[in-house]
Design a protein around this ligand. Structure first.
Ligand code: 8LK
Length: 257
């Protein structure tokens, strides 16, 4: 089962890492976030679970981002990222807060991305590549800090759809979401690296839950096969145990700057 990598963290370290988050509410649904690069197959993953009545599936509301009181922020973002990334990411952060805090009668909540990938991958990447101004980055970071310390944004499991940038580049050109036509390979490479450092190497930012990796370069039948293997884990709300021996000792404390 090489595709399945339960990220190892000792229980004590986990508690330490979770301390800055607001305590979870009682009767919270088992919350799973699905993370990965653009074109990594998140929709395939979410669609698979849509058939289960006990699972609330929350897909990224891309159509809402395309129509914020008549403004297509996704289009503006890709046409002029320096001008529009703050507005776009502010709207996305709001959407994510809504998803994290939304009540549900389902026992499992399955979210496409999260406030964490918003901050640690997309916003971070825009800032590091100097598309976003330091002052803009600071404003989003202050919001993020306030949200994570005042609202219940806890998660129980992370599914990381691991891909190579070349594969997703090809998929994006095939799926033809018109705003994404101009996304260059270099942007996907940067996003890939930032996801890898966060969820695979675990050397940069706080990882809010254990991670299961899926080889998402695979074709559809192989993907479905892999997804069926995590089905039970998700439907039965199984927490992953943290074997102490393989804890990555250099994992830094939460960096919420
Ligand atoms: O995922 C749909 C599109 O939105 C894709 O082109 C990438 C972009 N996007 C972004 O720039 N920043 C984001 C998200 C999506 C999701 C989060 C949390 N942050």
């Amino acid at each position: 089962m090489s595709w399945l990598r339960n990220v190892a963290q000792s229980e004590s370290n986990r508690i330490q890492l979770l301390r800055p988050l607001n305590p979870p509410k009682k009767n919270r649904p088992f919350t799973v976030i699905v993370e990965g690069n653009i074109g990594s197959g998140k929709t395939t993953f979410l669609d698979y679970f849509a058939k289960f009545k006990d699972v609330e599936v929350l897909q990224e509301p891309v159509n809402k981002w395309r129509n914020v009181q008549g403004h297509n922020l996704l289009d503006l973002l890709y046409k002029d990222p320096s001008r529009w990334s703050l507005a776009f990411q502010t709207q996305v952060q709001l959407t994510m807060v809504d998803f994290h805090t939304q009540e549900t009668s389902a026992r499992v909540k399955l979210m496409e991305r999260s406030i964490f990938s918003g901050r640690f991958c997309f916003i971070e990447n825009l800032y590091q590549s100097k598309i976003m101004e330091p002052a803009e980055y600071s404003v989003l970071s202050e919001w993020f800090k306030w949200i994570t310390s005042n609202l219940d944004v806890n998660v129980d499991l992370i599914i990381y759809l691991r891909t190579s940038p070349e594969v997703v580049h090809q998929r994006i050109s095939n799926r033809a979401r018109k705003e994404e036509k101009t996304v260059p390979l270099s942007y996907l490479q940067d996003l890939h690296k930032i996801h890898e450092d966060w969820l695979h190497n675990q050397t940069t930012h706080f990882v809010p839950a254990p991670v299961i990796e899926i080889d998402a370069n695979a074709d559809l039948p192989e993907m479905l096969e892999q997804i069926s293997k995590v089905e039970e884990q998700i439907l039965n709300r199984k927490k992953i145990k943290y074997p102490e021996t393989t804890f990555p000792s250099k994992l830094p404390l939460p960096s919420y700057q």
